[in-house]
Design a protein around this ligand. Structure first.
Ligand code: COA
Length: 316
């Protein structure tokens, strides 16, 4: 067996807090509707000079500093995102330059929407096995406020901006993530048009279809990861589920019959930050001491694509 362990985390959230009361000034909505349907009370939006690159850099620098790993020890740098500042250069290439990573570091962005960070962990595990240096930097970052249609009340209340970063180490003695990744291609359920379409790049979503997909995919993926790792769900110390909607998480917790205290999240303060949500939550858990050395976090992302990805990540 060989795999990665989590060495350190970092995160960065924009300064500007946008409350449900703020959203009610923009669209016909109210705090009661948003909280009861989603669990979201506020989210962060970039303002001023804040942008995707600055969030990524802040999260990555914090994770590196806490890890004690020097930039020249990094072999792989991946950024999971669908809202990067540039189509090229990839955000990971900008990080290579700004952080001073060696030129032979494998650097690229990957888009698996809300599953992106866990796709990134699995990809890093595979790439690091063959890389000359065994430390990887995996980041999830989104600035979804730039892709939000602020006239559509059914989507604009859901999304937020932020970044989370993880420094991981590959070792042939470490257990695998036991990654479970998948895709059920669907263009209608969740769509953000790209540069070659006539439509402006706003998030379009069929909320109910995505909801039905999520409540099926999340518990299935969590069970498959535990099955692959050969452990029971009771042996998991923490569940780090993508923070899309509190009702989706509550449903999964019930279905999996796991301790809700191991599934606490942050959606009320962050909204849905897509690829950034799992690493931001991971960082909160590590920083607060809720996830400690030797403990295992079962991470699951799910969303646009439609995609899902799960893995068991141990804190070194
Ligand atoms: N404030 C007030 N009313 C709203 C509203 C808002 N922000 N957004 C929608 N509504 C209204 C609708 O217009 C509709 O009104 P109508 O009955 O008069 O037509 C009513 O609320 C119900 O709409 P519906 O879309 O059926 O609500 P819902 O219970 O499905 O909740 C979501 C909508 C988006 C919260 C829910 O579908 C969801 O969470 N889906 C998953 C989304 C997700 O997690 N996506 C990311 C996955 S990674």
């Amino acid at each position: 067996m060989n795999g990665i362990k989590l060495i350190a985390t970092g995160s960065a959230l924009p300064e500007r807090v946008v409350t449900n009361a703020d959203m009610a000034k923009i669209v016909d909505t109210n705090d009661e509707w948003i909280v009861s349907r989603t669990g979201i009370s506020s989210r962060r939006h970039c303002s001023g000079d804040e942008c995707h690159t600055s969030l990524c850099l802040a999260a990555a620098r914090q994770a590196l500093e806490r890890s004690g790993i020097r930039p020249e020890q990094i072999g792989v740098c991946l950024v999971a995102t669908l809202s990067q500042d540039f189509l090229t250069p990839a955000t990971a290439c900008v990080l290579q330059m700004e952080l001073g990573l060696p030129e032979d570091t494998v650097c690229f962005d990957l888009n698996a929407a809300c599953s992106g960070f866990v796709y990134g962990l699995h990809t890093a595990e595979c790439l690091l096995a063959a890389a000359p240096r065994k430390y990887g930097l995996v980041i999830g970052c989104e600035v979804l406020s730039r892709l939000t249609d602020f006239t559509d009340r059914s989507t604009c209340v859901l999304f937020g901006d932020g970044a989370g970063a993880a420094v991981v180490e590959w070792n042939e003695a470490y257990p695998s993530l036991h990654g479970v990744l998948g895709c059920r291609g669907n263009r209608e359920a969740l769509l953000v048009p790209g540069v070659n379409t006539k439509d402006h790049s706003y998030i379009h979503m069929d909320g109910q279809t995505v909801f039905r997909f999520a409540v099926e995919a999340l518990p299935r993926c969590a069970k498959e990861v535990a099955g692959k790792a050969g452990i029971s769900l009771d042996q998991v110390d923490r569940f780090v589920f993508h923070q899309a909607n509190q009702r989706i998480i509550d449903f999964a917790v019930k279905k999996l019959k796991v301790d809700p205290a191991k599934c606490t999240g942050n959606i009320s303060r962050t909204g849905n930050t897509s690829a950034a949500s799992v690493p931001i939550l991971l960082d909160e858990l590590v920083s607060s001491g809720a996830l400690t050395s030797g403990q295992k976090a079962l991470c699951v992302g799910f969303g646009g694509g439609l995609t899902w990805a799960g893995g068991l990540l141990e804190l070194a």
